[in-house]
Ligand binder design. Structure first.
Ligand code: GRF
Length: 193
């Protein structure tokens, strides 16, 4: 349970790659009226581009290699406890969060997924959406549960797909939309307590 005490909530962001959502969440966290403080970044990739933003903004970060899932998760849980993390935001984190981890952490975990869930769970969403000639797509912020991309939906945003869209243009559009969506979803989620 997250307690809103007037103080900002301690957040850890988990990444695996580019980190544009991380960058955007850091920006949001710096706003006076934001509800979060990003205290920790976890990456499972040593060369994740997003680590640059952790360094730039002097946020503690850890690289966990995930060779052994159990040991890696124990290590992460320790880091989360030390930094008194109250909320995890997954932002392009390409590893499955185990049921055991969800139980042990026992606080909310949010994820952003580039489709209009429950449609197009899992990988390659843009490709599948285009192959199926969908008219709309978008992105969803949801709670992480033991089933992949299936937890309670917090907020969703939709865009129209044009007949000229390809994987690249669709990804670009959705990423832009995500940068507005994730902070809004966090606000909505935290305000519900
Ligand atoms: C985003 O599209 C997000 O929805 C998905 O992974 C992508 C991460 O992008 N889960 P970035 O690393 O934040 O730029």
């Amino acid at each position: 349970m997250v307690k809103l005490t007037g103080k900002k909530i301690n957040v850890a962001v988990f990444i695996s790659g580019r980190g544009s959502n991380l960058k955007n969440l850091i920006k949001y966290s710096k706003l006076k009226n934001s509800l979060i403080k990003i205290k920790l970044v976890i990456s499972n990739k040593i060369n994740a581009k997003g680590l640059y933003f952790a360094k730039k903004y002097k946020i503690k970060y850890f690289i966990i290699n995930y060779k052994n899932i159990k040991i890696s998760e124990i290590k992460i849980l320790k880091k989360l406890t030390i930094s008194k993390i109250e909320l995890i935001c997954l932002a392009g984190f390409m590893r499955i969060i185990s049921e055991n981890f969800i139980k042990k952490f026992n606080k909310p975990i949010l994820n952003i997924h580039p489709s209009l869930l429950p449609k197009y769970k899992g990988l390659n969403t843009y490709k599948k959406v285009l192959q199926n000639k969908e008219k709309f797509s978008g992105s969803t912020v949801h709670l992480v549960s033991k089933k992949l991309d299936s937890g309670k939906i917090i907020l969703q945003k939709k865009i129209k797909i044009s007949k000229y869209d390809n994987i690249k243009t669709l990804e670009k559009k959705i990423l832009l939309l995500e940068h507005n969506l994730y902070p809004r979803a966090i606000k909505k989620f935290l305000s519900s307590f």
